[in-house]
Design a binder for this molecule. Structure first.
Ligand code: NDP
Ligand SMILES: O=CC(=O)O
Length: 323
């Protein structure tokens, strides 16, 4: 097989980079770094394979990549790509489903515990030397076990979250998903409902659905208004699913008790965002899958996807594939 040109647009472990370089010509350039952007743009016209993540590869940008055969994303979400444009142009798109499911569900459950039990706030009180007497009830938390968890998007991560909640914390689960999902381990413990009904019934609402043109801005003033007074909102999916002004209003008007957010409309979260310092928001820097083991597994899967696609073979995890 002839050597092809690969543009790596996010750091890969050295051994995986070597694996790619053994078969192809490799350019490494992270377009998010100002000093590397010119090299990225210079390599784009000859790139046949792209591998990386966390950078929007728009249709306009990819017009500069006429030789492109495949994008291998080191992520499960594919909202950084214009899927319809790639389909039209016959460019393959691969991603990393499954290998990050359990880790991301762990993060989501951690967010639920943080928001309900005020863990970050109370830990900060200790660190700052403000633990000078037993805390009073103004700092008490809210039980998690037994609360009803509403899950919007009952796919891999939504189901993994439901297992933790239903089997570990005896939480009734209501979910919304386009299809009824049968999970044998959760038989009799989960109920599929229309989205508005999930919002009305849940004590804690978690987002685990993809960002698409249909779901962009899904959670607005109307939706937060349907939630139970004192409910908790958790977003472990994508920031743009949420109208952030409406979320802030729901927090400030007392509709919501708290929010725990791993993702934001703009990342990194701008310093001036009120969500950064809001007393009832627990913000995290998009770390759903960020463990050594899982990030390694994602990079491996993305490398396998890239190499298979460039060899004309079916990639292990294709989102969009020509055949
Ligand atoms: N915070 C982080 O670091 C991470 C975030 N994520 C995010 O989580 C998302 C989900 O990942 P994963 O569980 O693997 O994906 P899946 O595709 O397995 O699950 C998503 C589910 O949401 C459903 N869905 C789509 N549209 C709607 C809607 N309007 N209302 C309710 N449900 C809907 C899908 O149904 P159907 O298949 O029928 O369309 C599917 O069942 C990713 O797209 C990504 O954005 C993922 C990993 C880490
Ligand atoms: O946000 C992470 C992903 O894998 O998608």
């Amino acid at each position: 097989m002839s050597r092809k040109n690969v543009l790596v647009f996010r750091a890969l472990p050295p051994d995986l980079l070597e694996r790619i370089a053994a078969r192809h010509e490799v350019t490494v350039a992270d377009p998010r770094r100002e000093e590397e952007l010119p090299r990225f743009l210079e390599a784009l016209p000859r790139a046949q394979g792209l591998i990386g993540s966390s950078f929007p590869l728009t249709a306009e940008l990819l017009e500069r990549a006429p030789a492109l055969e495949v994008i291998s994303s080191i992520s499960v979400g594919v909202d950084n790509y214009d899927v319809e444009d790639l389909r039209r142009r016959g460019i393959g798109l691969c991603h990393t489903p499954g290998v990050l499911t359990e880790t991301t569900a762990d993060t989501l459950f951690a967010l639920i515990l943080c928001a309900s039990r005020r863990l970050v706030e109370l830990s900060t009180l200790v660190r700052e030397g403000r633990w000078t007497r037993n805390i009073g009830e103004e700092l008490f938390g809210w039980d998690v076990h037994g609360k009803t968890l509403g899950i919007l998007g009952f796919g891999r991560i939504g189901q993994a979250l439901a297992r933790r909640a239903a089997l570990g914390f005896e939480m009734p689960i209501v979910y919304h998903d386009p299809f009824e999902v049968q999970v044998p381990a959760l038989a009799g413990l989960v109920t599929r409902l229309p989205m508005d009904e999930v919002l009305r019934q849940a004590d804690i609402v978690a987002l685990t659905l993809p960002l698409t043109e249909t779901t962009r801005g899904l959670m607005g003033a109307r939706e937060f208004g349907l939630m139970k007074p004192g409910a908790i909102f958790v977003n472990g999916a994508r920031g743009a699913l949420v109208q952030e002004d409406a979320l802030l209003a729901a927090l400030d008007q007392g509709t919501l008790r708290a929010a725990a957010l791993d993702v934001f409309g703009k990342e990194p979260l701008p310093l001036e965002s009120p969500l950064r310092t809001h007393p009832r928001v627990t913000p995290l820097p998009h770390i759903g899958s960020a463990t050594h083991e899982t990030r390694r597994a994602m990079a491996e899967r993305a490398t396998e996807n890239l190499l298979a696609a460039l060899a004309g073979e079916d990639p292990p995890s294709a989102y969009l594939w020509r055949r």
